[in-house]
Design a protein around this ligand. Structure first.
Ligand code: NDP
Length: 296
């Protein structure tokens, strides 16, 4: 039976370290890390995410400001707000909650955020730094960064000699995940919807990352005995019997747990790490702005 990797406790650990380091920073320099969260429109799930980011920021001792804009806000007005936040010395992290309403180009908005405040790590500058291994000055997207920490708990930092398979090639999860694994010396394969013989490729993985968005797609016999399985997927499915819904990952957990060495559950695995790493990135940004070394 696999070890269940406890993302909640790992995330609590990250948050308590961030909180301690933020206190130290504030004591030493008077600087309070500041995060600005921008939400446009009334998407219910986005509102929940934004509220929980604000709560977590305050828990870390940060100042958190929320900019809730009407759904009909123009792209121009949103760009003006981003410009103001870029220029505000009290703001170290800017987050624009996605998705944005259809009349706003998310790419344009993300590229308007100053790279040194892009704590989501989506700006081309940060993507380029990750791709070229300049991790000391980059911001790394939070979900893959959190997934790497969970891998580190089981396997340590150096993944030399290990085969990693990432299923999914999105810009926010799959591609940055692959780059992080490469940086840690793993031998990396990236699979996607046009990949042939996916089960066969997954079976070669010592480290298997599922970031697909297909409920329980990865079955027991896709998993190499002893593999470390990181399930990024979050899928809500209905249960016919009860009429209720529940969250499942991209991996058939009950099956995989019998084959893997270690596995993240859904919920309670990668999910809590994402928000914790967002706080860690904001702290790093504040430290950089105060010319102080960020904690490791
Ligand atoms: P995207 O939809 O952007 O990307 C999905 C990827 O999966 C694509 O690369 C796609 O391939 C690939 N794919 C789709 N179907 C198949 C298939 N049948 N076989 C192989 N590959 C397939 O999703 P995201 O990367 O944004 O998110 C992935 C999952 O992770 C989702 O469930 C999402 O909810 C979850 N997530 C969880 C987070 C967390 O905090 N835990 C944060 C972010 C996401 P192609 O490129 O060819 O279309």
């Amino acid at each position: 039976m696999a070890t269940i990797i406890d993302g909640k406790s790992a995330a609590a650990d990250v948050v308590s370290k961030v909180k301690a380091a933020a206190e130290e920073l504030t004591l030493a320099s008077g600087l309070i890390p500041g995060i600005a969260v921008v939400i446009v429109g009334n998407d219910a799930a986005s509102q929940v995410y934004v509220a929980s980011k604000g709560r977590k920021a305050r828990e870390c001792g940060f100042s958190s400001t929320e900019h809730a804009l009407a759904a009909e806000t123009s792209e121009r007005d949103l760009l003006i707000l981003i410009g103001k936040l870029n220029a505000d010395p009290d703001i170290h992290g800017i987050l624009v909650q996605l998705p944005l309403p259809a009349h706003i180009d998310p790419g344009k908005i993300i590229q308007a955020i100053a790279p040194e405040k892009d704590v989501d790590g989506f700006h081309f500058t940060n993507v380029g730094k990750l791709g070229t291994g300049e991790l000391d000055t980059a911001f790394v997207p939070c979900t893959p960064a959190g997934s790497m920490l969970l891998i580190e708990y089981v396997l340590g930092r150096d993944l030399s000699g290990l085969n990693a398979v990432v299923v999914g090639r999105s810009n926010i999860v799959g591609k940055p995940m692959a780059n992080l694994l490469l940086n840690a010396n793993a031998t990396v394969t990236v699979a996607h919807s046009r990949t042939n013989d996916l089960p066969d490729i997954c079976r070669r993985a010592d480290i298997l990352i599922a970031a697909v968005g297909r409920p329980e797609m990865i079955r027991r016999d896709w998993i190499k005995p002893g593999a470390v399985v990181i399930d990024v997927g979050i899928n809500r499915i209905g249960e016919a019997a009860s009429g209720k819904s529940k969250l499942v990952g991209d991996v058939a957990f009950a099956e995989a747990v019998e084959n893997a060495r270690a596995i993240t559950p859904v919920p309670g695995g990668v999910g809590p790490m994402t928000i914790a790493l967002l706080m860690a990135n904001t702290l790093v940004s504040a430290c950089r702005s105060a010319n102080r070394a960020p904690p490791h």
